[in-house]
Design a protein around this ligand. Structure first.
Ligand SMILES: NC(=O)c1ccc[n+]([C@@H]2O[C@H](COP(=O)([O-])OP(=O)(O)OC[C@H]3O[C@@H](n4cnc5c(N)ncnc54)[C@H](OP(=O)(O)O)[C@@H]3O)[C@@H](O)[C@H]2O)c1
Length: 369
């Protein structure tokens, strides 16, 4: 990130990052550590994986290249949450992104978001609270999306989208006034300088399944622009927002659309020496039938992708002017995702022959509708 001012955190400060073990969260934690934050407290659920807490902590410390400035706060997400009393900054990254079970999605994205807000409202020294949302929350409708009225009767294309929309409404209606900034992310992809294995995002999975011949048609609209943002860059902007003076209430990252989806798949096709894939039809009814017929591991990918708009409606226009203005004022310049970035991404997915068994977990085998 080229920026006129790197964030300066007060001496001895404590930052809380929920979901700091996840894809975006651990990059946020690493950025904060690199900026000299004294204590980063990572909120994580107790006992949800076979990994013990000390292994979790060691892995995160190794990723962040630090021995002692990260601590874990293990919680039961269904219970009252208490954050360290000296917390000054909170980044709420926890959420269910990959689940297909509506109940799990709502629990993570609404109930836990509520518990985090409630815990933050009891902090005396809180300076900023960043809540991660998605550009998808705008949904589909025939009228443009308006910041002054979140609900324009738009159609939420998945349980995930609905949960993120409702969480934003909940923040607006939250009874205590908190210094909240909502960050609506686009598609968070591999770091800018892709090297070797990296955590796999939805585009990576989609490309990989197509390269393996397991996905016959890509469930996206070929001409649709998507909003790609490298994870390391996104986490730097999120970290910078913590100490920024008067940031907008909502920031879109990225603030500009990326290339159409077929551009990325053309790059992958070149690498694979194949013809570009077919893209799935635009019609929502067909899309839903198609979705139901997919094997569970592919359904999981589909739920993470941008579904085509329902017949007769279009994806609401996004007004990112306030975000663009703030990014320009802060001197933050979005890096250009060059041809070599897309080529490298395609090479990585082609070389990765690991099986996609992890996509078929019980948690993800629920029905989409
Ligand atoms: N990835 C993207 O492309 C993208 C795009 C737009 C917006 N976002 C938003 O960015 C945030 C982070 O996404 P991500 O891709 O980093 O997700 P991720 O890799 O799945 O990490 C999310 C973390 O949330 C925690 N979590 C999961 N279920 C939970 C629950 N029921 N209650 C409490 N915590 C739970 C988990 O941490 P523990 O296992 O340690 O508890 C998990 O590591 C989410 O809010 C997502 O909606 C992501």
């Amino acid at each position: 990130m080229r920026s006129r001012a790197r964030p300066t955190f007060p001496h001895d400060t404590c930052c809380v990052v929920s979901g700091g073990t996840g894809w975006v969260g651990r990059h946020v934690v690493r950025f904060l550590i690199e900026q000299g934050v004294e204590r980063v407290c990572v909120v994580t659920r107790r006992g949800t994986t076979s990994e013990c807490s000390c292994d979790k902590l060691n892995r995160l410390r190794e990723f962040c290249d630090t021995s002692n400035r990260i601590e874990l706060l293990e919680v039961d997400p269904s219970r009252l949450l208490v954050l360290p009393s000296d917390t000054e900054y909170v980044v709420h990254c926890a959420g269910a992104v990959q689940s297909l079970l509506e109940s799990a999605i709502m629990e993570a994205n609404l109930l836990f978001a509520w518990r985090m807000l409630a815990a933050a409202s009891r902090l005396d020294r809180l300076r900023r609270y960043v809540h991660l949302s998605t550009l998808l929350m705008r949904g589909d409708s025939e009228t443009p999306f308006s910041e002054s009225s979140l609900d324009i009767g738009q159609h939420c294309v998945s349980a995930y989208t609905l949960s993120k929309f409702l969480a934003e409404v909940m923040i607006q209606k939250f009874p205590h006034s908190l210094p909240v900034t909502i960050v609506r992310l686009g598609a968070v992809l591999a770091p800018l300088h892709i090297s070797g294995a990296f955590n796999r995002d939805w585009l990576y999975w989609t490309l990989n399944l197509w390269q393996q011949g397991r996905l016959r048609a890509v469930p996206l609209t070929s001409e649709e622009s998507f909003y790609p943002v490298p994870v390391d860059w996104a986490s730097q902007v999120i970290g910078s927002l913590l100490t920024a003076e008067q940031p907008p209430a909502v920031v879109h990252i990225p603030a500009e659309p990326g290339p159409p989806v077929n551009h990325v798949f053309s790059a992958a096709a070149k690498v694979a020496g194949r013809d570009p894939p077919d893209f799935y039809a635009q019609h929502s009814t067909e899309w839903r039938c198609y979705h139901k017929s997919l094997p569970s591991e592919v359904r999981r990918i589909v739920s993470l992708c941008y579904p085509p708009p329902p017949a007769g409606s279009k994806l609401c226009a996004i007004d990112s002017s306030a975000s663009r203005a703030w990014l320009a004022r802060a001197g933050i310049v979005m890096p250009e995702l060059s041809e070599s970035y897309w080529r490298r991404l395609a090479e990585e997915t082609r070389e990765d022959t690991s099986d996609t068994q992890d996509l078929c977990t019980e948690e993800n085998s629920g029905s989409y509708d």
